[in-house]
Design a protein. Sequence first.
Length: 85
Amino acid sequence: MKLPQYQIYTKLEADQGSTDFISGQAFPPGKSLRDPLEIFAQSAKHYGGDRNEIETRMNDLNQEIEEFSSSKLTRKPNYEREKPG
């Protein structure tokens, strides 16, 4: 079913169940309050980093995880270990 732009057809969920299908009209998006490029630049400045440094840290972390996982697989479970003397 293809609806005209900004038209909706849905069910509403409530504590006691859901309604039958209802139709309605949504509003078009409003004008942006901020420039998306400005938001992206601020995010990159705050959260971003050098790609090589990030990849090195991720590779190191993956190596640690692999070493930890393989050591868990080769260790005996607690109940099979020898009890101290």
